[in-house]
Ligand binder design. Structure first.
Ligand code: MD3
Ligand code: FE
Length: 216
């Protein structure tokens, strides 16, 4: 397997193209990371992190919540986007302004102007948590890109092809990195290797990933 960035944090400002329409903007969120983390805490206070269940009845290792008009949920009835948080019965917390601004600007930097996300999935990984290879296909319109922001502990991301069996390559994602992918690369398989425990300053032994989508 080819590996991008084997050694430590890459240079802030670097752009690592994984495919023609998939790029990692290194350190793109660093200048607003403290504000993002405060906003994450406020979202979690209103809509707690929870481990969802797959339609097949398996508990998902990643703990999740959402903000924005639409939130991604999974239960025995299936995967879907909903306006209400099934745990609280209320609407998901509003998307913080700093989230929307970063997602919009990062998408534009990567060649996707006009991205207006209506959904932000907040995923928490603890040491040992992994996310198996999957495609993101619960959204209505695959024309919009997806923007993902990594905070806290580093992770090894798996970037695959359009078939589950296609060879995946590894990409290290660090605190502050922002990944954007769309167009022909929107439906690639991807996942996250089991997280290693290397506590990160402000977050301790946690990784938080924000995934911005146009879902509705
Ligand atoms: C896909 N989350 O919630 S996003 C998910 O780190 C999800 O929490 C992961 O997959 C996470 O559905 C990964 C990061 C990402 C980055 C680049 C990609 C996904 C990508 C490029 C192509 C396809
Ligand atoms: Fe995904």
């Amino acid at each position: 397997m080819a590996t991008l960035d084997l050694f430590g944090s890459p240079a802030e400002g670097a752009r690592d193209w994984l495919a023609p329409q998939a790029v990692v903007l290194r350190g793109r969120a660093l200048s607003c990371a403290d504000e993002l983390l405060d906003a994450v805490a406020a979202v979690i206070a209103q809509a707690p992190l929870r481990q969802m269940v797959t339609p097949g009845g398996l508990t998902i290792a990643v703990a999740s919540t959402n903000c924005g008009v639409l939130g991604w949920t999974s239960d025995r009835r299936g995967y879907r986007y909903s306006r209400e948080d099934p745990v609280t019965g209320r609407r998901w917390p509003a998307m913080p302004a700093c989230f929307a601004q970063l997602a919009r600007q990062a998408a534009a930097d990567a060649g996707f102007p006009g991205f207006e996300p209506d959904a932000c999935l907040v995923n928490q990984y603890l040491p040992g948590t992994r996310l198996s290879l999957h495609q993101d296909k619960n959204e209505r319109d695959f024309g919009a890109p997806i923007v993902s922001v990594s905070l806290g502990m580093a992770a090894v991301f798996l970037f695959g092809g359009h078939e589950r069996a296609d060879r995946a390559f590894k990409v290290n994602l660090h605190h502050g990195d922002v990944a954007v992918w769309g167009g022909a690369d929107r439906l690639r398989y991807h996942g996250v290797m089991p997280l290693e425990d290397a506590p990160y300053a402000q977050l301790g032994s946690r990784r938080i990933n924000l995934t911005f989508r146009k879902a509705g």
